[in-house]
Each structure stands twice: as C-alpha cells, then as structure tokens.
Design a protein around this ligand. Structure first.
Ligand SMILES: NC(=O)c1ccc[n+]([C@@H]2O[C@H](COP(=O)([O-])OP(=O)(O)OC[C@H]3O[C@@H](n4cnc5c(N)ncnc54)[C@H](OP(=O)(O)O)[C@@H]3O)[C@@H](O)[C@H]2O)c1
Length: 272
C-alpha cells in the first residue's frame, strides 16, 4: 500500500503541466499531499489535472506565468485559500538554452532570467508568510549547471547558480521560523521528445540530451529532500562526479571543458 506520508500537506509545484514538475506533483499527490498544479498553457494544464484526478490525487490547478509578479501573487493566494494552508512550494518552471552568449539577443536574455530566476523569486516572495505559518519547505529545482559552468549555457548557468544564493540566504533569514529551503541539482533527465530550448537569436531549437535518470526517480529524490529537510541533493552519478571534481580541482575541470569544446565532444556524445 502507498505510504501517505505527505497527508494533510498542500504543495504548489510551478511548471507542472508536464516533465519533471508533473512527476513531482504525481509523487507527492500519491503520497497524500493536496496538489496545486501550475503552467501557462491551459490545455496541457487541464490534461495534467485530469490525469492526476484519474490517479485519485487531490488536485487543483491555476494557469499563471511565473515571470509575472501579479500572476504569482494571485497564484499563491489561490493555492493558500483552496485548502486553507500552503506547506510546500517547488520552484520548478524553467527553460533551457543552447547558444553562445554572443549569439543571444536582449529578448532571449530577458526571457531566461525572467523565467528561471525571477520566476522562482516571485512565487517564493509571495508564499513566505504562508510557509512561515506551516513551517514548511521552499524547494528550488536547479541543475548540474548550478554547480559547474558550461559553454552555450551562460545565462542558464547564471540563473541556476543564482538559485543557490537565494536558497542559502533565505535559510538564514527564515531559520528562526523553522522554514526549510532546499536545492535539487538535477542531472540529464528524460525529456519529452518535442522539448525545445532557446537557441541563437530568440528562436527555439530541439533539445537532445542523454537520459541518465527518469523523471520518477527525480521526483522521489525531491520528496526525500523535503522529508529529511536537506539543504541540497545532487542527482545522477555524472552530477555527483562533477560536483566532487569541481571541489577537488576546478582547474582540471576547466581544462577538460575547454578540451571537450575544442574536439566537439558534445556533438560526439549526441548532445545537441
Ligand atoms: N530535463 C532535464 O534534463 C533537466 C536537467 C536539469 C535541470 N532541469 C530543470 O528542471 C525543471 C523542469 O524541467 P523539464 O525538463 O521538466 O521542463 P519541461 O518538460 O520543458 O516543462 C516545463 C514546465 O514548465 C512550464 N513553464 C515554462 N515556463 C513557464 C512560466 N513562465 N510560467 C509557468 N510555467 C512555465 C511549462 O508549461 P508552459 O510552457 O505551458 O508554461 C511546463 O509545464 C527546469 O527548471 C529545468 O531547468 C531539467
């Protein structure tokens, strides 16, 4: 029988109409949490909502763009009013990129920062009073790019590293309120085949990445981080290795990345 260890908790997951966000919602919902789904696209959001209802999860949903402060304020008010509390917020919505910085334009720079950084800041800002009341958790979905800087991912790395500063500072500010903040450094995870990322200019390009972990496994790790109130978790063996190598010898890691770029290693490994 399914362990209902999140019973009585209300969890809002941003960007949860598909991908990792939907799987986190499913995991927490199956374990008894009341789920608030969010995304911009209404059709996909409704489809995700219906899937979770079919799976007997207690769920509601709200379309909102996390890069809009007003929409985030409304989203948090809606989430807190629905079941009278908010225990967990998971800042998951994000977009990826694949372009040298010099080929970006102002519009694409703005988009990445707005969604990946401000899109975590606004939901967090407005949820703090509720999370303080419930002594709950604020979780940030970062990436291995939040540990190691990578070429063709400059702004993605900047935003994902920014989440670490945000979570760590908040932990100090909210320590006396018994609020938990945690960061999940996600590695290469299975993606929808039609997933697109920002490329040169403001156009989107297909996303081809190795698949080192399933979304379900990521969701289980997120649930574990919340349960154990851990500060951080690094996912995938490659992620753990990179984290260790960066700590031991940042210079060697830097040389390896530059050599990899010189010999076009990412294309050879099928990363497009
Ligand atoms: N997949 C990986 O390999 C991987 C690796 C490392 C880190 N991550 C991180 O994990 C998170 C989820 O990634 P994923 O691969 O599951 O992404 P995904 O499949 O592209 O799903 C993204 C979700 O976020 C929503 N979204 C995007 N922009 C939004 C906005 N402005 N406001 C509200 N919702 C928004 C999307 O719906 P709408 O477009 O309809 O809004 C969708 O529901 C991201 O933060 C990503 O950086 C993923």
């Amino acid at each position: 029988m399914q362990n209902k260890d999140f019973s009585g908790k209300v969890a809002l997951i941003t960007g949860s109409s598909k991908g990792i966000g939907l799987e986190i919602a499913r995991e927490l919902g199956r374990r008894g949490a009341m789920i608030v789904l969010n995304a911009r696209g209404k059709e996909q959001l409704e489809s995700a909502h219906n899937k979770l209802v079919m799976e007997r999860c207690e769920v509601t949903s709200i379309p909102a763009d996390v890069s809009s402060p007003d929409e985030c304020k409304e989203m948090i008010t809606f989430a807190a009013n629905k079941w009278g509390r908010l225990d967990i917020i998971i800042n998951n919505a994000g977009i990826s990129m694949r372009s040298n910085m010099e080929d970006l334009n102002a519009e694409s720079c703005q988009k990445i920062v707005d969604i990946n950084l401000l899109g975590c800041i606004y939901p967090t800002l407005y949820s703090i009073p509720e999370i303080k009341k419930s002594r709950g958790s604020i979780v940030f979905i970062s990436s291995i790019a939040g540990i190691i800087s990578l070429p063709t991912a400059t702004l993605y790395c900047a935003t994902k590293k920014g989440l670490v500063g945000l979570a760590d500072s908040l932990r100090f500010e909210l320590a006396s309120d018994k609020v938990h903040t945690g960061v999940v450094f996600v590695g290469f995870t299975e993606n929808d085949p039609d997933k697109k990322v920002l490329g040169p200019g403001a156009v989107t390009v297909p996303h081809k990445r190795p698949n080192h972990m399933s979304r379900k496994e990521v969701a289980k790790e997120v649930a574990k981080l919340i349960k154990k109130r851990k500060n951080r978790v690094v996912l995938t063996p490659l992620g753990k290795f990179v984290s260790f190598a960066t700590w031991i010898s940042p210079k060697l890691v830097e040389k390896t990345i530059i050599a990899g770029r010189k010999y076009n290693l990412d294309n050879r490994l099928g990363i497009h």
